[in-house]
Design a protein around this ligand. Structure first.
Ligand code: C2E
Ligand code: MG
Ligand code: MG
Ligand code: MG
Length: 289
């Protein structure tokens, strides 16, 4: 078709498609190598309990150390992994690795692992989770699975059965990026979540005067509280944001204000040394008057 000189536009379109297909094939090959050569790593970002300001757990976040391109963030490869189906293998590995890692930490510390909708629709997922937990010898309640609203796109008997099976294992379930997708209160009612993670897009700008995000944060936290669920505010970067989400009763906070995602070694060091207190100036709304 590219030789069809009479239709220039089609020619360019075909060329672009070709380049696209080439890039995809290259990515797929690179990802297969990455899995085989152990280039994937889990980094760990502290999740801090609001009441104690102690580390309640860590979220495992995948990183790819490419031999030539260096560190690659998940936003650049998770989608390809999902399209090619490689996410299945990568996700199994992440579950096993995270369970193995958390086994080295105090019993009170949990680990949260992101689970792609592709993994969620695999009937083998409960067996994979059980395998990871028992191999590491950890209590299942120390593992939290982060699931996004997109699993409800094909909301059917299979979805309900999967939630029941995972809940039956004793792992915790968190609804990730809440509010960014197809938010429906219907599934909050029936899915057995232990936690709602408030997406960082609501935290960002929430401190501005008259912000609508503030009303959204307030209603999500009160809803979660009424349903007996924890809430984590994601992406908290500033002291004002921290004070705001704490004031609205978020039970947990995750964000650069405390720590960025860390290597396993650095996360382990942090657990021993303790989280540094966030410096609060005299202007802090929480300072005694
Ligand atoms: P997520 O699960 O919502 O993870 C939170 C993201 O917010 C992480 O990005 C984290 O580094 C970032 N973040 C945390 N605190 C702050 C902050 O204060 N400010 C800003 N600007 N960002 C903050 P990351 O590590 O790049 O991961 C992006 C997304 O990739 C994740 O979003 C998740 O959807 C996906 N992902 C990461 N690891 C995995 C994995 O192992 N499996 C699957 N399926 N998806 C993963
Ligand atoms: Mg997450
Ligand atoms: Mg999130
Ligand atoms: Mg996300």
């Amino acid at each position: 078709a590219a030789k069809d000189g009479g239709r220039g536009r089609y020619h360019f379109y075909a060329t672009d498609l070709h380049a696209d297909a080439e890039a995809r094939a290259e990515m797929e090959g690179d990802l297969r190598d990455a899995i085989a050569k152990g280039e994937l790593q889990l980094f760990y970002q502290p999740v801090v309990a609001s009441a104690s300001e102690q580390i309640a757990g860590f979220e495992a976040l995948m990183r790819w150390h490419h031999p030539v391109k260096g560190w690659i963030p998940p936003n650049l490869f998770i989608e390809s992994a999902e399209e090619t189906g490689l996410i299945q293998q990568m996700g199994d590995w992440a579950l096993r690795q995270a369970c193995e890692d958390v086994a080295n930490w105090p019993e009170s510390v949990r680990v949260a692992v992101n689970v792609s909708p592709i993994q969620f629709s695999n009937p083998q997922l409960p067996a994979i989770v059980t395998g990871a937990v028992s191999r590491a010898g950890i209590d299942p309640s120390r593992l939290e699975l982060e699931i996004t609203e997109s699993v409800f796109l094909n909301d059917d008997a299979g979805t309900d059965a999967m939630f029941a099976a995972l809940k039956g294992i004793g792992v915790r379930l968190a609804l990730d990026d809440f509010g960014t997708g197809y938010s429906s209160l219907g599934y909050l009612k029936k899915a057995p979540f232990d936690k709602i993670k408030i997406d960082q897009s609501f935290v960002r700008g929430a401190t501005e005067e008259g912000s609508r995000n503030r009303a959204i944060i307030a209603s999500i936290t009160s809803l979660a509280h009424a349903l007996g669920m924890d809430t984590t505010a994601e992406g908290v970067e500033t002291l004002d944001e921290l004070d705001l989400v704490r004031m609205h009763g978020c039970s947990h906070v995750q964000g650069f204000i405390y720590e960025r995602p860390l290597s396993f070694d650095k996360a382990s060091e942090l657990l021993s040394s303790g989280l540094a207190a966030v410096a609060r100036g005299p202007q802090s709304s929480r300072a005694p008057r």
